[in-house]
Design a protein around this ligand. Structure first.
Ligand code: ADP
Ligand code: MG
Length: 224
């Protein structure tokens, strides 16, 4: 099944004489279990495209389907439903500083599912163990390294079992070894659990984890 099916998608920022087109005739299909890496220079439109795929912006022109549901013209309620099926990982980990690693992950589970407190705690601990942080469960973000924080962010994104994971420059703030460990982890979890991943990166050193690389330039996808 297609997880994402984009046809003739255009996007604009601004209005009137300041209106500027940033995406041009995007066509892209992504199937279940695929890891797709989106590359391209800064300003080429990668984050804009990812945020449209993530239901974080409204589709203006063209078609964007998620599991065969059209997002163009979707209501806020439908967008919320869509977002529940997606795990997001950003460049900055965006962890809440006043919550421990476990509580950060728990919160994301609580937003998605109605489990008992105990069950939620256990699920959070289990996923933190999976990302190699079993020994840091009760630490606050401030006392974790950059790579550990990003691993908590991955655990948080995966905790609700989303079929689709979107990551925007997840290794940008990490040194190369740590970045490598983080993407290896994402790849392993994706393959184990048949998740689909769309990952935006500048980092040429991690391209090998992709099943497919899509290049973007000046708002257009090339060579695909
Ligand atoms: P990338 O992620 O590839 O660096 P972006 O999607 O962030 O590219 O940006 C694509 C283009 O859209 C750039 O020219 C950028 O300046 C512009 N842009 C991005 N976000 C906004 C916004 N909220 N308002 C106006 N212009 C924007
Ligand atoms: Mg960007």
């Amino acid at each position: 099944m297609e997880v994402i099916d984009i046809q003739n998608l255009n996007h604009y920022f601004g209005q009137g004489t300041l209106k500027k087109q940033v995406l041009f005739q995007i066509n892209l299909k992504i199937t279940e279990g695929e890891i797709v890496i989106l590359t391209g220079p800064s300003g080429s439109g990668k984050t804009t495209l990812l945020s449209l795929i993530g239901g974080l912006r409204s589709v203006q022109e063209g078609s964007l389907q998620h599991f065969e549901k059209e997002l163009r013209g979707a209501s806020e309620e439908q967008l919320v439903q869509t977002r529940r099926q997606i795990g997001y990982i950003f460049q900055a980990h965006n962890l809440l500083p006043f919550l421990t690693a476990r509580q950060n992950v728990q919160m994301s589970i609580e937003l998605q599912e109605h489990l008992g407190g105990r069950e939620t705690e256990e699920r959070a601990a289990l996923i933190l163990e999976k990302v190699g942080l079993g020994h840091r469960i009760d630490y606050y973000p401030d006392s974790l390294s950059g790579g550990q924080k990003q691993r908590v962010a991955i655990a948080r994104a995966l905790a609700g079992n989303p079929p689709l994971v979107l990551a925007d420059e997840p290794t940008a703030a990490l040194d190369s070894k740590t970045g490598r460990d983080v993407v290896n982890l994402m790849q392993r979890l994706a393959k184990e659990q048949r998740r689909t991943i769309v990952l935006v990166t500048h980092d040429n050193r991690i391209l090998d984890i992709a099943d497919r690389i899509v290049h973007m330039e000046d708002g257009r996808l090339c060579g695909c």
